[in-house]
Design a protein around this ligand. Structure first.
Ligand code: BJW
Length: 244
């Protein structure tokens, strides 16, 4: 099954790589929804990844994100991220669209990935949205409660620069992702459960516009039926074979 996917990629003029937490799993960054290892198996999403959670208990939420930032800083890109950067280098019209808040695509050499759900490295003022600078080294990597810093401009709390449930995606980023999905010949979906919208609509948008949609995931997902090729494997095992 790798052959038809590799052939589609070789013949493509524009490729969109659409990634989710699974691409970083083999770097040691936990996914959200995997049964035993996913973050939501251990933590309650509603208590951590919503604006209401931050309003209710900013120290809990800030401490959890600092713990994740510390883990991400210790992680290294894996062979999957490296293969994605190789696709980008080979097909100049390629775009990486990621739901991930880590920086592993960048560190593997991807030029300007579109971050649909923000970044662990772009905290901002909760009141006015000013970008905020925080210490390069997280104050704690133990996951304990930590008071968020204050905005130097207005004194309001600083919040993680990620997109929580119920919040709009960054408008320009989402528009660029929809344009890329509409214009590509191949959309390669890697390591996403395909359940969080509006991001999960991108493979369908690409398929409706005539692109070949390829999925890499060890498990079935709701995206299976949109995909011309479903490769059941991990990102670090499967992606290098696609670009060999
Ligand atoms: C491997 C692997 C390996 C393992 N190799 N693969 C009902 C219907 C439709 C929509 C909604 C609805 N009810 C509510 C909504 C909206 C909601 C939503 O979609 N909810 C659904 C859960 C039902 N969406 C929103 O709220 C969004 N905003 C919005 O809609 O705004 C409307 C609005 C408009 C205007 C004004 C105001 C509002 C925002 C969504 C934000 C999502 N945020 C999070 C947290 C980010 C911060 C953080 O990191 O903490 O984003 S949630 C979480 O899920 C994170 C992820 O980016 C996202 C997707 O997860 P992902 O990446 O797919 O990970 P997993 O764990 O789900 O899957 C991993 C996959 O990898 C699995 O399939 C594994 O098999 C696989 N895997 N190892 C390859 N080695």
């Amino acid at each position: 099954m790798v052959d038809p996917a590799a052939a589609a990629l070789r013949g493509a003029r524009k490729v969109v790589v659409f990634s989710g937490a699974g691409i970083s799993a083999e770097s040691g960054v936990p996914t959200f929804r995997d049964d035993l290892t996913g973050l939501w198996a251990r933590f309650d999403a509603a208590k951590l990844a919503t604006p209401e959670a931050f309003d209710d208990d900013p120290d809990l939420v800030w401490g959890w994100y600092e713990w994740r930032r510390a883990r991400t800083l210790r992680a290294e890109p894996n062979a999957g991220h490296v293969a994605v950067a190789a696709i980008e280098a080979r097909v100049p019209g390629s775009v990486v669209v990621t739901q991930n808040v880590d920086d592993l695509h960048e560190r593997a050499g991807s030029k300007a990935p579109i971050h649909l759900h923000g970044s662990l490295f772009a905290p901002r003022c909760v009141a006015a949205g000013h970008p905020a600078t925080v210490d390069a080294a997280p104050a704690s990597d133990e996951g304990r409660r930590l008071p968020p810093p204050r905005c130097v401009e207005c004194g309001a709390l600083v919040r993680p620069g990620v997109v929580w449930f119920g919040e709009a995606l960054p408008e320009q980023a989402f528009r660029a992702a929809v344009d890329a999905a509409t214009e590509c010949d191949v959309l390669l979906s890697v390591g996403t459960s395909g359940v969080v919208y509006p991001a999960a609509a991108l493979p369908m948008i690409a398929a409706n516009a005539g692109a070949t949609v390829i999925q890499v995931n060890p498990e079935p997902t709701p995206l299976d039926e949109v995909c011309a090729v479903n490769l059941r494997g991990t990102a670090a095992d499967t992606l290098p074979a696609l670009v060999a």
